[in-house]
Write a protein that binds this ligand. Structure first.
Ligand SMILES: *[C@@H]1O[C@H](CO)[C@@H](O)[C@H](O)[C@H]1NC(C)=O
Ligand SMILES: *[C@@H]1O[C@H](CO)[C@@H](O)[C@H](O)[C@H]1NC(C)=O
Length: 257
């Protein structure tokens, strides 16, 4: 009886963790995606940022971007050439000062990002929210070497150029002060943290994993579980139950539980 009960529990867990994926709203040559607070933005290989309304993508600007992120800090993007940082204000992307290759607006009002030389920066929530388009904002150096960074409810995650994975459980949105970073097992090219604290990584060969066991008590979670996709993955984002996946071939998938 005990064995049978255990088997039933395992089956239940396997089903409840499975993601069902189908082709998302079609965006030709999708390259990168981010989702936060119910909104979804994606860039294509031409660097155009698109906003999802219903099942259609709408191009937001003629400026070309490398990476766009949307969340509690608003909508931010980095320029395709030159890495200039832009904030979306009243229908336009406005340069804010600072140079980043990748950034994340999904924390608690702060913006974090990395430069092409892998230094890691944070913009305090009051600076991020009050920037109106004139002057420039002042970023804090996190004194970390990282190639990708993302923040959510239970802390921030990053990967370095050796694909090592790091986690810090506090990064203060108001001061950008952060606690010690510790290395987490595994290897990943990129890591995305949903605003609710969910964590997904993509490794160098395009395999997607979800971090399991994350809670207010175990903020860095306990283990990785593969999310099997038919095609190698380039980029992912997660928000409000929807997992968005961009494949290396530029296809956009939407997955739900
Ligand atoms: C930021 O921190 C990194 C890592 O400590 C350091 O190498 C870099 O020089 C700093 N950059 C600036 C502009 O202070
Ligand atoms: C990516 O994950 C696959 C499946 O676990 C593994 O075989 C492969 O070694 C990983 N690659 C890297 C670069 O971590």
């Amino acid at each position: 009886m005990r064995a049978a009960a255990g088997f039933l529990v395992l089956c239940y867990l396997a089903v409840s963790h499975a993601w069902r994926c189908s082709e998302g709203p079609r965006l030709y040559n999708a390259r990168q995606i981010d989702a936060g607070q119910g909104k979804v933005v994606a860039t294509n290989s031409y660097g155009h940022v698109h906003f999802l309304i219903g099942s259609s993508w709408y191009r937001m600007s003629s400026i070309r971007f490398k990476h766009a992120s949307i969340g509690p800090a608003g909508l931010w993007a980095t320029g395709n050439s030159g890495d200039k940082v832009y904030k979306y204000i009243a229908g336009n992307f406005v340069a804010s000062g600072g140079l980043l290759r990748q950034l994340d607006a999904g924390g608690d009002g702060q913006v974090v990002g990395v430069t092409s030389s892998s230094s890691t920066w944070c913009l305090r929530s009051d600076y991020a929210s009050s920037f109106k388009g004139s002057g420039s904002v002042s970023w804090s150096n996190l004194s970390r070497v990282m190639k990708y960074i993302s923040c959510g409810k239970y802390g921030c995650w990053g990967t370095d150029t050796n694909n090592r994975i790091f986690f810090t459980q506090t990064l203060s949105p108001t001061t950008c002060g952060n606690s010690r970073w510790s290395q987490i097992s595994g290897s990943a090219a990129m890591v995305e943290v949903g605003t609710d604290g969910s964590v997904f990584v993509v490794n160098r060969s395009g395999q997607l994993y979800q971090r399991l066991g994350i809670s207010s008590r175990y903020r860095s979670g306990t283990s990785w579980r593969a999310v099997s996709m038919r095609m190698p993955v380039r980029h992912v984002a997660y928000d409000l139950g929807n997992l968005w996946v961009v494949t290396t071939s530029g296809l956009l998938m939407k997955c739900t539980h």
